[in-house]
Design a protein around this ligand. Structure first.
Ligand SMILES: *[C@@H]1O[C@H](CO)[C@@H](O)[C@H](O)[C@H]1NC(C)=O
Ligand SMILES: *[C@@H]1O[C@H](CO)[C@@H](O)[C@H](O)[C@H]1NC(C)=O
Ligand SMILES: *[C@@H]1O[C@H](CO)[C@@H](O)[C@H](O)[C@H]1NC(C)=O
Ligand SMILES: *[C@@H]1O[C@H](CO)[C@@H](O)[C@H](O)[C@H]1NC(C)=O
Ligand SMILES: *[C@@H]1O[C@H](CO)[C@@H](O)[C@H](O)[C@H]1NC(C)=O
Length: 883
């Protein structure tokens, strides 16, 4: 049942993109799968420092604003690292492993001796000015201990930790030390109820279980102290907020979600009740956090983590939440932001009530006792003689006991997520505010994924633009913690294998003025010759930056265009390489000033992610080719090729099998004189066969990868169309392919009559400014022209007709990752990432073959090209760059 529902939602999810972009006209459409602009693999990371030891599971981290040390809790050890360089050799260690006796007891309890029967450090914070406090699971028998900060040693024997620390390393848990009082929230033991506690000093306080259970299978992800006492020296209105997901109590008629995201709060000054609510919170209230796309009835109910962003004033505090879907096998994340004032408003609003256990919860409309239940004991109450929570009237306490839940739900900022991403599970995030050179304040977010990537994003016009995605680990592994320090200009990332320290920005990555402003990174600006870190520049007046649009400022800048020449024979296939560094850019090729139609089968050209392919070159295709990158509606030339296509070349010598798919360089000439047939390889350098082979292999890989992706998309799409039972969704062709939309319109018109698939994009692709060009401009024509009409079955039958060598197998079900033949698998993931971002495909279904599935023609085309390569010879010119 759950499984069926989850796959139904998976399908829905895959339809969402098209549906939102076309079907929700009242607001700027939300980019439903924000593409990171730049992809940086581990090999390209710069300025990254790492710490690891023999320990694993570096999941607890503690860093103070001005601290020089980053404290890290791992499995069986705690480390004190130099925060300015965690890889510096000065790390101090406290080894704290569970005793062998405790481990065997743990195993006897039936726990996993490979994961659970260790001392996982779960809590590590400052206790007082000289000591830290930590707790570990200690092989299912939690212990806590003080650390002498200066000497970095345990300062006393460990003490009992059962009431402060969960038993298992994976149970949801959050804890805070405030004024030497320890607040924790967890489901401490497997069989106990979840509980929010103040552990010391006495009286210890807890949440109530009867007659109304305040928490239901709560899974805690975070907590924060907000000092909201205005004008009070004693801080008597300060509150502690707890964030969690729990089983839903209120069965609302519209949705039947089993779990919901919540925020709860208690007053710091709470002392419990006198007779009623003795040793229980008198100020516990909770409310629901909403993060959804209501127009699609799509609700992100699982709160995975929160980041609390303090404001100038306490009431300006913001809560960022990372949310996921309830279905575990569906990857998707949304980031929603809530303001403290809206949360406070909910706690000031009506309560929910259920009269008898088992009945449904409804809004309470009766009389609310005075003082208002759940409020903190402030001066106003003291003036009325209520000095402490134990002196609250009994009717108030009884009301609190039975009305923990508020009726008004908390909506996110702008009533929708800031970011939505399919295929990514974010785990943790941090954010800060950066002053742009335009005088605006920008929120910059760092988000870690379950596969060890960091996405850096900036919020522009209420949407997130992902500046870059960084692969931190060769081995995919979840980001288990993430902290940020503006003092150290670093982000610290915890993971199972170690800790990574990243610089907040890496502006040097952008090598041209346009690249620098396209990035829209508030940390970076162009100073006339380099992309520099704004913080490090004393004179900011001449810096160029355009975060709002990512397009303005570089018009007057000179930049270099790489110039190359190629000389080939008639009938050859030529690949003119042009690699775009941005996933949001599209290539635009010009031949002698006219646009090359690289998407039309009959044009003899193919545009791909890494260049332009001239198929069976004709003499009239000679000329000056210029590759432009088009981003944010700006066209920037990056490389030119002077291509000469010669009629008569001396026949090549017989080619041995290895060299047959390699190409041979003509003698290199320093002048761009491509006229005259170059003499053949008597002495010049040969392009190494291996290189060429690798090139072809990667071409095959790319094609194979596209094939898999397309097949998956087709199957999804097919299901979507059939599963259109919900009626709200109509799937339209992903039409926002090219910023130069005229071109796509033109080609679309040509194909409209046959109206078969024209899969130029895998996903709706929007430029960084969040506007889907094609869709917003050409909505009408897309609707009649671009419906996808694909029957999944067709793909299978024709695919089997003539299975070409490099064709990948069809994925068994949409939600499983595809099996890819062994040779391809190594390179495929990174290739696919790029493909997904680049909004165009190498090949396209032609009219004449419109009934055959895509994979078939892909492979056929590839075969044809490769077959030809065996017989003809490719004669590229050397890549001399003569500027
Ligand atoms: C600890 O790390 C191992 C891999 O090193 C991983 O399999 C395990 O899930 C991690 N446990 C926790 C609690 O993070
Ligand atoms: C931390 O590292 C920085 C840079 O390597 C160094 O200057 C500093 O002295 C170190 N601090 C400590 C406390 O070791
Ligand atoms: C865990 O227990 C199994 C069986 O009880 C044993 O074979 C294995 O060696 C143990 N592993 C560790 C790391 O102790
Ligand atoms: C901090 O707490 C520890 C542990 O209770 C105690 O030994 C130490 O004296 C305290 N330090 C100060 C400055 O109060
Ligand atoms: C409350 O405190 C005030 C002074 O702080 C005191 O005068 C008053 O008697 C107290 N009232 C009660 C009911 O304890």
């Amino acid at each position: 049942m759950q499984g069926a529902r989850s796959s139904a939602h998976l399908l829905l999810l895959s339809c969402l993109c098209a549906a939102v972009a076309t079907g929700y006209p009242f607001r700027m459409p939300l980019d439903l799968d924000v593409t990171p602009r730049v992809t940086v693999l581990t090999s390209g990371l710069q300025g990254c420092r790492r710490f690891h030891s023999s320990a694993v599971n570096y999941s607890t981290m503690f860093l103070e604003v001005d601290s020089e040390h980053l404290y890290v809790g791992a499995r069986g050890a705690v480390f004190s690292l130099n925060a300015s360089d965690i890889s510096a050799g000065s790390a101090l260690t406290i080894e704290w492993e569970a005793s062998p006796k405790q481990k065997s007891l743990c195993q006897q309890k039936g726990k996993n001796n490979k994961t659970e029967c260790f001392n996982h450090i779960r809590f590590l914070q400052r206790f007082n000015s000289t000591h830290l406090y930590m707790c570990g699971t200690h092989a299912f028998s939690p212990l806590c201990a003080y650390i002498d900060e200066k000497r970095f040693v345990m300062s006393s024997e460990p003490e009992e930790g059962k009431d402060k620390c969960p038993y298992s390393p994976t149970t949801g848990y959050t804890a805070l030390i405030i004024d030497q009082q320890i607040y924790t929230a967890s489901q401490y033991e497997f069989w106990s109820f979840p509980d929010i506690r103040r552990n010391s000093p006495s009286p210890t306080l807890r949440t109530e279980d009867a007659p109304t259970r305040w928490l239901n299978e709560a899974d805690f992800v975070g907590s924060a102290l907000v000092r909201e006492s205005l004008g009070s020296s004693t801080g008597d209105d300060d509150k502690i907020y707890f964030f969690f997901t729990e089983r839903s109590q209120e069965q609302s008629t519209t949705h039947s979600h089993s779990r919901v995201a919540r925020v709860a709060r208690v007053c710091k000054g709470d002392r419990g009740g006198h007779l009623t609510l003795q040793k229980r919170w008198t100020s516990f209230l909770k409310t629901r956090l909403i993060c959804s796309l209501p127009e699609f009835d799509f609700h992100f109910n699982m709160l995975r983590s929160v980041f609390v962003m303090p404001g100038l004033m306490p009431q300006d505090t913001l809560f960022y939440g990372i949310f996921g879907l309830e279905w575990k096998n569906v990857k998707a994340s949304a980031v929603c932001r809530f303001s403290l004032s809206e949360v406070q408003e909910s706690f000031q609003g009506p309560y929910m009530e259920n009269q008898d256990p088992g009945s449904t919860w409804k809004e309470y409309t009766g009389k609310v006792p005075d003082p208002r239940p759940g409020t903190c004991i402030t001066d106003a109450l003291r003036a009325r003689g209520i000095n402490i929570s134990t002196s609250l009237p009994d009717d108030v306490l009884n009301f609190v006991r039975r009305h923990p839940l508020m009726s008004q739900q908390v909506q996110p900022f702008d009533r929708r997520p800031l970011l939505f991403r399919k295929t990514t599970d974010y785990t943790h995030m941090a954010a800060h505010v950066v002053h742009g050179l335009d005088g605006q304040m920008y929120h910059v977010l760092y988000m870690g994924t379950d596969e060890g990537w960091i996405h850096k994003a900036v919020e522009v016009k209420d949407q997130l633009h992902i500046i870059e995605e960084l692969q931190l680990f060769e081995e995919p592994q979840p980001v288990t913690n993430l902290l940020m320090s503006t003092k150290q200009m670093s982000v610290y990332v915890g993971s199972p294998s170690g800790v990574v320290q990243l610089p907040l920005s890496n502006c040097r990555r952008y090598t041209s003025c346009y690249d620098c402003i396209f990035s829209r990174d508030p940390h970076c600006a162009w100073n006339g010759s380099k992309c520099v870190d704004v913080m490090a520049e004393a004179n900011r007046s001449s810096l160029i930056q355009d975060i709002q649009h990512g397009s303005i400022g570089c018009e007057m800048m000179q930049y270099d265009i790489v110039q190359r020449s190629r000389s080939v024979r008639v009938g050859d296939d030529v690949l003119l390489q042009c690699e775009l560094s941005s996933n949001l850019a599209t290539p635009l090729w010009m031949l002698d000033g006219r646009e090359v139609q690289g998407y039309d089968l009959n044009s003899g050209f193919r545009t791909g992610t890494d260049g332009l392919l001239i198929i069976e070159a004709r003499q009239d295709q000679s000329g000056l080719y210029t590759c432009h990158t088009v981003e944010n509606n700006i066209k920037v030339a990056i490389v030119t090729y002077n291509v000469t296509i010669n009629l008569d070349l001396p026949l090549p010598p017989p080619i041995d099998p290895v060299r047959s798919i390699s190409s041979i360089l003509p003698p290199s000439t320093d002048q761009p004189s491509s006229e005259g047939p170059p003499s053949l390889p008597n002495h010049s350098e040969l392009l190494s066969p291996r290189n060429m082979e690798a090139m072809y292999l990667s071409l095959i890989t790319i094609l194979g990868g596209l094939c898999v992706v397309l097949t998956v998309v087709l199957v999804y799409v097919g299901f979507c169309l059939r599963a259109g039972s919900r009626g709200k969704y109509s799937l339209r062709a992903a039409a926002a392919a090219y910023p130069s939309s005229k071109k796509s319109m033109r080609s679309r018109k040509q194909h409209r009559s046959s109206s078969h698939m024209e899969l130029k994009t895998i996903s709706i692709h929007c430029n960084g400014n969040g506007i889907c060009n094609g869709v917003s401009k050409y909505n009408g024509s897309i609707q009649d022209g671009g419906f996808l009409q694909i029957v999944p079955g067709e793909g299978h039958t024709s695919f089997n007709k003539e299975p070409p060598p490099p064709a990948p197998p069809l994925p068994p079900t949409p939600q499983h990752t595809c099996d890819i033949p062994s040779g391809l698998s190594a390179t495929l993931p990174s290739v696919l990432r790029r493909m997904n971002g680049n909004s165009y495909m190498l090949l396209r279904q032609s009219d004449s073959e419109s009934t055959s599935p895509l994979c078939y023609s892909f492979s056929e085309e590839l075969n044809r090209i490769l077959e030809k390569r065996k017989h003809t010879q490719l004669l590229p010119r050397p890549d001399e760059s003569s500027v």
